[in-house]
Design a protein around this ligand. Structure first.
Ligand code: A4P
Ligand code: MG
Length: 182
């Protein structure tokens, strides 16, 4: 009997998929929560390749009076499906103390979003990738541009540096610490 053919997707998965994750925190010890996310991500199936500097950013689309965020982006290789990566991100958010039910306009100990999953376009009940708001948010594009200005958003067909140049108003985003690299 001839062997069952392996789809390109399956073989790509076994080698791992290049992913970009954005992290943010604006509650408690923000730097410690970002560090916690990086430490927890280094589980067996995720290998971190690059981490951006940390930026302090004004809240976007949040309730009035919420404190500024620390934001960054990391690039890595994930061996598994996108849904499994979301499960890992959500379990790290919960371990950081973030309640399961919350509003996107409130402060949070930790937010971990999948920005790009290879060049896949995913629209499922749980997951939209590329992240639907990332391409117009300086707090994602600025740190991502430090890592991979030429990374392309599938669907939009534009690179990170092109999207950043096209942002009408980047808002306030200041370098906080260049030392988040690992
Ligand atoms: N979900 C769908 N697609 C994705 C994806 N690509 N990555 C679903 C992660 N999650 C994804 O997300 C809510 C649901 O989105 C999840 O259950 C998942 O199934 P969440 O992270 O639990 O909640 P959230 O972060 O409060 O909501 P959301 O919609 O991710 O909010 P945003 O758009 O990420 O906004 N301002 C500054 N300066 N810095 C920030 O980091 N963050 C936000 C959050 C608002 N303003 C900010 C910042
Ligand atoms: Mg989120």
């Amino acid at each position: 009997m001839s062997p069952v053919p392996t789809s390109p997707n399956t073989s790509a998965r076994s080698a791992g998929t290049e992913v970009f994750l954005a992290f943010g925190a604006n509650k408690g010890d923000r730097e410690a929560f970002c560090r916690f996310a990086l430490d927890e991500l280094k589980n067996g199936r995720f290998s971190i390749q690059k981490v951006s500097p940390l930026y302090e950013t004004d809240p976007v689309d949040c309730e009035e009076g919420v404190p500024p965020f620390l934001n960054g982006v990391l690039q890595g290789v994930w061996k598994g499906s996108a849904e499994e990566l979301l499960d890992l991100c959500q379990s790290i958010e919960r371990q950081a103390g973030r309640p399961e039910k919350h509003s996107s306009r409130q402060s949070r100990e930790l937010d971990l979003d999948i920005i790009l999953f290879g060049q896949e376009i995913i629209r499922s009940e749980r997951l939209t990738v590329p992240h639907p708001r990332a391409s117009r948010r300086a707090f994602v594009l600025v740190p991502m541009n430090d890592l991979a200005p030429g990374a392309r958003f599938p669907g939009l067909g534009k690179t990170v540096s092109e999207l950043l140049r096209e942002l009408p108003d980047p808002g306030s985003i200041k370098l906080y610490s260049a030392n988040s690299r690992i």
